[in-house]
Every structure is written in structure tokens, then in C-alpha cells.
Design a protein around this ligand. Structure first.
Ligand SMILES: [Zn+2]
Length: 497
């Protein structure tokens, strides 16, 4: 029997609370570390964890339980009663948190993970956009999405938005969607094609067909929205993308946009949207580092939200992560990892990078005025909320996800706090943000289903994802050619233009 997976009967004794009704239940089957018994439909109870609910009405509960049945959190509290056949997960020495949410991840690029660690945004456009994007086949999108989702689930990221901007036609879109669906995780396919203006591809029939055939319900694990950057430039008259926005409204699809990126789509994009009536509360604006306060005010007044990808913004040069300023405008914030061509998809790292960047610039600004920051502005609680409830809200799923609240879907992550990095446990949120890492993620549940336990992904999904992704990487390497493959990993010396 594993340390963490106990039968209901055994756990009743272990918990010392006499909670569980039946011992030696006919439903109880032997559970071992190798074969945890998380049969579909079997209730699960997490026992004696430090529960960081993320729900301001409940707060953080020491030594507490969370009962899950079906897809739903049924109860949160001490010494909960549980059905006789419930599987018990021992939460002692661990912190239970809501599943994290990544609101902007270009999953199709995960198959060339790490290749561009030295890049700037200029390198990225030069290699991926201008030269390589055509080399991806539908099966490469499928493999990359499957791998990216395995990475997400393993890391405690239970919901990811796939900002999928290489969907050349229906076959590509279907492959990207299938990769997300087959992962078993929760995802949002943000349908995009960055190589043509949105009004050309959004209304071509492919998006409508995909919605009809694969996303007819909004009550499924993988759902649909749209992703584009807009085409309007200050020198161009009119609002050519209007048909795309009208389509989004008619089809009830949210839109995510790269926004406020240096030398490109700064304040003009927001002004165009406002002037044409599409500054919608359902819009997500990604980056937003080079906007003026008037644009932030427009977003705030519209009810829209912002996705901060601090590792991306700091490394690639889209503009400085504007978290503190955005927060000051009371704009809802979520966090994202952008692309694994450079960075990890580690939301613990994203929380840290966000705080590091924001506190760093605050100190520099104060020093420039010969002053000292006495108390920090952005707090660990803020970035933890951005990584959980903020992400759920950004996808329009905040009523169902984002906190450990009875009635919400059971997307839960058990983080070990008995490791060399985490003991002694003094302040769970402080330590989740600055000390935890993916290695501490012990158990991951998505929609009531245990996907990872005892530090290992369950099932053979990752083995398959790895095999397919390595084959795709080989295909892309062949198409790119050995010379470019090597050159792209070693861009020229430091240069400012
Ligand atoms: Zn992006």
C-alpha cells in the first residue's frame, strides 16, 4: 500500500476520526503504489491536508479534508464524512490547491522545446514565423498539443489555453483539438491563424464547422474560442477585421489578442476596438507592456482582462511586464507561459517571475528618485490568485473553476510540503510561490479524475505523447535542415538596432 493511497477503511483508522462508514467494503479493492484504485465514478477524499482553497469566504484550512464525487467538490472541512467506497488520498504534509490555469500557451511549438532559449522576439519572427511554420503537419500539432498537455497536467496546470495560431485549414484545427481532447486535461482551443488577417479565415467556414462538430457543448473539458492580433494599423483606414469580431459575437466565442507589444499594436488596437464597439468584457489582452494609462483605463472600463507572461516579456522584449500598473487599474490578471521554444511551462516559475519583475522595477523607480521601497506592492497572494482564479475568470469559467469551493468542478493539485524545499511549513502561500516547484506536485485531479498520483502521471498517455513528439521533432529538424537547426540555437552576438 502506498504512503498516500489508502483504502477508505484503512484511512478511517489512520485519520483517527472514525469517519468512514464501512470497513472491508465489497467495493474496496487492494490498492498498491503501482496501481492506485481511482476507478471512474469512485468518490475521492483528500484527508488532513493544508487546504489553500483560494475562496476568500473559506480561506486556508489546516489539517482539513476535501470530498470529491463525480466531477465536483462536495465538501471542504475537518473530519468530513465520506462514502464507504471513497478512495482516500493522504494529504498529511501536503498543501491542496486549486488547479492552476495557463491562459496563453502556443502548444504547437512544444515539439521544438528549448531550441530558442537564446532568442529575442526578432529571432522568433525570423525563424518560426517567416521560415518554419509551414513545416508543421497536422500530426505535428496533434503530438505537440498532447505533449504540452501532459506537461501541464504533470505540473499542476489543470487548464491551459492553447493559443494555436498555425491552423491552416480544418484538418489542422481538428488535429490540434484532438490532441487537447486525447490528453484528458481541461483546455481551451483558441483557434487562430496568424499568417492571414482574421476576417479572411474566421469566416471561411472552418471555425463554424469545428464548433458545430466538436464543440457543440460548452460543458465539456475542451472548449473553443478565437485568437488573433488584428490587422489595423494607424495609417490604414477602416476596421477590416469587423467580420471576424461579428462572427465571434454571433458564435459566442471569446477572443484573445497579443496587445501592447513594442512597436506593434500599442494603443491603436484598443482605440480601434473601442471606436468599433468590440472592446468586449470577454476579451483577453496578452502582454500589454507598452500601452499608455489611457489604454489600461479602456480595458478596465470594458471589463476585459490581461494575461501576463513575465518570463516571455522579460526575455523576448515585447515590453516590461506591467503587472503592478494593471493591478492598480483593477484589471483582472491571469498568468501564462507563452511558448516552450524558450521557457518552461511552470506556473510556479511564472508566479515568481511576475513578482520578481514587478518588485524589481518598483525598487529601480524608487532608487531613481533617491527613495526606498519600504513595503512591497504586489504580494504572493496576488500572484497565487492570478495563477488560479484569475485564469479561470479569464476563460469565462470562474464560476466553475479557480478555487476549492463546494459545487465547483474538482480540479485539484496536491503539493508536497514535506520535502527539503518546503519544510518547515510556515506560510503555505508564501512557500507555494517562492519555494515550490513542479517536483513537489504529487497528485493532480482534473474534473474529478486523478491524472497524477505519487508524483507520477497515470496511464500511458505521456509515453505515447513522447513517442509522437520525438517523431515530430525529427520531422521538423529534417525540414529545417541541419544548418538552420544549429544556427537558430546560436544567434549572433549581442546587437541593438
Ligand atoms: Zn504569445
Amino acid at each position: 500500500m502506498s504512503r498516500r493511497t489508502l483504502l477508505g477503511a484503512a484511512a478511517g483508522v489512520a485519520a483517527g476520526a472514525g469517519i468512514l462508514a464501512a470497513t472491508g467494503s465489497a467495493h474496496a479493492e487492494p490498492v498498491t503504489a503501482r496501481t492506485p484504485d481511482f476507478a471512474r465514478g469512485r468518490p475521492v477524499v483528500f484527508r488532513n491536508a493544508t487546504v489553500v482553497t483560494g475562496d476568500p469566504r473559506i480561506g486556508t484550512l489546516p489539517d482539513s479534508d476535501v470530498l470529491v464525487s463525480g466531477q465536483t467538490v462536495r465538501a471542504v472541512g475537518r473530519n468530513l464524512s465520506a462514502p464507504h467506497n471513497a478512495a482516500v488520498i493522504d494529504g498529511r504534509g501536503s498543501i491542496l490547491i486549486p488547479g492552476m490555469v495557463d491562459t496563453h500557451r502556443h502548444m504547437w511549438q512544444t515539439v521544438i522545446r528549448g531550441l530558442g532559449a537564446e532568442w529575442t522576439i526578432a529571432n522568433y519572427f525570423s525563424w518560426i514565423y517567416q521560415q518554419w511554420a509551414n513545416f508543421w503537419r497536422p500530426e505535428d500539432l496533434y503530438a505537440s498539443n498532447l505533449l504540452s498537455m501532459a506537461e501541464a497536467i504533470n505540473a499542476g496546470v489543470t487548464t491551459s489555453l492553447d493559443w494555436s495560431q498555425d491552423l491552416k485549414n480544418y484538418e489542422y484545427a481538428e488535429a490540434a483539438a484532438q490532441g487537447l481532447i486525447d490528453s484528458g486535461g481541461r483546455a481551451r482551443l483558441a483557434y487562430g491563424y496568424s499568417f492571414a488577417p482574421p476576417h479572411e479565415w474566421v469566416t471561411s467556414g472552418d471555425v463554424a464547422r469545428l464548433q458545430r462538430e466538436r464543440f457543440s457543448s460548452t460543458n465539456q473539458l475542451v472548449t473553443l474560442q478565437l485568437a488573433w492580433d488584428g490587422t489595423g494599423l494607424p495609417e490604414e483606414p477602416g476596421f477590416p477585421e469587423r467580420p471576424a469580431w461579428e462572427f465571434a459575437r454571433e458564435h459566442d466565442l471569446r477572443v484573445t489578442l497579443h496587445s501592447g507589444v513594442r512597436n506593434w499594436k500599442e494603443d491603436h488596437q484598443l482605440q480601434m476596438l473601442r471606436d468599433n464597439g468590440f472592446l468586449l468584457p470577454t476579451n483577453t489582452y496578452v502582454h500589454c507592456g507598452t500601452m499608455s494609462d489611457s489604454s489600461y483605463r479602456m480595458i478596465a472600463e470594458s471589463g476585459g482582462n490581461v494575461s501576463i507572461a513575465a518570463e516571455s516579456e522579460l526575455n523576448a522584449g515585447q515590453g516590461y511586464p506591467p503587472t503592478g500598473r494593471i493591478h492598480g487599474h483593477h484589471i483582472p490578471i491571469s498568468l501564462s507561459s507563452d511558448t516552450q521554444v524558450w521557457w518552461s511551462a511552470d506556473m510556479f516559475a511564472a508566479m515568481r517571475a511576475t513578482l520578481n519583475a514587478d518588485r524589481g522595477i518598483d525598487h529601480l523607480r524608487a532608487h531613481a528618485e533617491d527613495k526606498t521601497v519600504v513595503n512591497n506592492n504586489l504580494r504572493t497572494e496576488d500572484v497565487f490568485r492570478f495563477a488560479t482564479q484569475g485564469g479561470a475568470d479569464a476563460l469565462g469559467l470562474g464560476g466553475r473553476l479557480g478555487s476549492i469551493t463546494p459545487g465547483k468542478r474538482a480540479d485539484l493539485v496536491l503539493v508536497r510540503a514535506d520535502t527539503p524545499s518546503m519544510v518547515p511549513l510556515i506560510n503555505p502561500v508564501h512557500q507555494l510561490v517562492f519555494h515550490a516547484q513542479r517536483g513537489e506536485v504529487d497528485t493532480v485531479m482534473v474534473d474529478g479524475r486523478v491524472m497524477k498520483h505519487g508524483g507520477r502521471l497515470l496511464g500511458d498517455g505521456f509515453a505515447r505523447a513522447r513517442r509522437l513528439a520525438e517523431a515530430s521533432a525529427n520531422h521538423l529538424r529534417e525540414r529545417i535542415g541541419e544548418r538552420q537547426w544549429a544556427d537558430a540555437q546560436n544567434p549572433g552576438p549581442y546587437q541593438v538596432d
